[in-house]
Design a protein around this ligand. Sequence first.
Ligand code: ADP
Ligand code: MG
Length: 394
Amino acid sequence: MAKKTVKEVDFTNKRVLMRVDFNVPLKEGKVTDDTRIREALPTIKYILEQQGTSLILMSHLGRPKGTVVPDMSLKPVAGRLKELLGKDVIMAPDCVGDEVTKLAQSMKTGDVMLLENLRFNPGEKKNDPDFAKKLASLADTYVNDAFGTAHRPEASMVGVNQYLPSCAGFLLEKEIKFLGDVVANPEKPFVAIIGGSKVSTKISVLENLLSKVDTLIIGGGMAYTFLKCMGKTIGKSLLEEDFLDTAQKLLDAARAKNVEIILPVDHYAASEFAETAVPELVSDVNIPDGKIGMDIGPKTIEAVKERILKAKTIVWNGPMGVFEFDAFAKGTLEIAKTVAESGAISVVGGGDSVAAVNKFGLSGKISHVSTGGGASLEFLEGKALPGIEALPSK
Ligand code: ADP
Ligand code: MG
């Protein structure tokens, strides 16, 4: 069900507490990738444009495990945010406590304050009601725009909803629209492309999508467990013995549901798993002894392209090969290009898949590139995300 968003709230003269995902990579006290900060800007700017508002931002960074770890301070993030907003950002000395309360109470219209790392406080991860109440006491209303943390039932994501009127920000709204609504109500044909390293990490996604898609394309390292259970030889390719049964059940279920399954029919293989390995074309579905399947081959690429170009909706999670090694990035690149060129509604989720699409410079041509690795995966598994569940519906 659609969640209440910032558009449906009157923020006039309100002090707003907003949960964002500023869990960005840091190196020597500098933000090395500010994507997550920039993703939050539309909601931040919208709130600051409303009459008489001030804004308190809060986030976690890393895993400090409930104690103060100076290297995980959000100070560098405040610095970067200041540059991006072109205005001062007050850095709070903590996330709760007397000093923070005083700072919050003295905020004037247009002021922005960033609280210190929420996970410095043990109450955050425990979804402790007292901690949630203290956070809530800092402001009049709450906005959640932290999609990357939506699968975490933490105080700033869940508990705080109990003590303040709440709603979703633009980023959260967009993620729910694409990962939720599109997947639940896809325009057909609906094609899912699932790859990556392991069957074990993707089995729930495969099972959930199986009842929705017309075609399921399985590539990447996980394809070899499927090929093995079909009686093919896979050489030294990635294999999860414990998941042979699971793979077989999935293939049987696909047949029963009339879902077309596309698996690799040829490969680029290598003699060793290394960046310097020379790609060897294996034109057959069977991989010779001692060789490792590293990428999908040209016949497979063509078969996948054909399905993509007929699709109206595409969901993609997991690279088609070891794209980090340039010699084995071809399959992933060709698929990314085709998805980008297709007129279909396209959604890409998953940390490495998104990294691949960004590396190829194609993210602008995808309808939606999800910002949450773990969160988008759980969404595709059909799970309810606590941070979203806790928000009121429209
Ligand atoms: P995502 O983060 O998009 O969900 P995964 O984490 O499941 O994707 O998988 C990404 C990893 O899968 C990449 O590091 C990639 O190198 C690896 N991978 C893809 N194909 C193969 C293969 N044939 N053999 C081994 N690893 C592979
Ligand atoms: Mg990954």
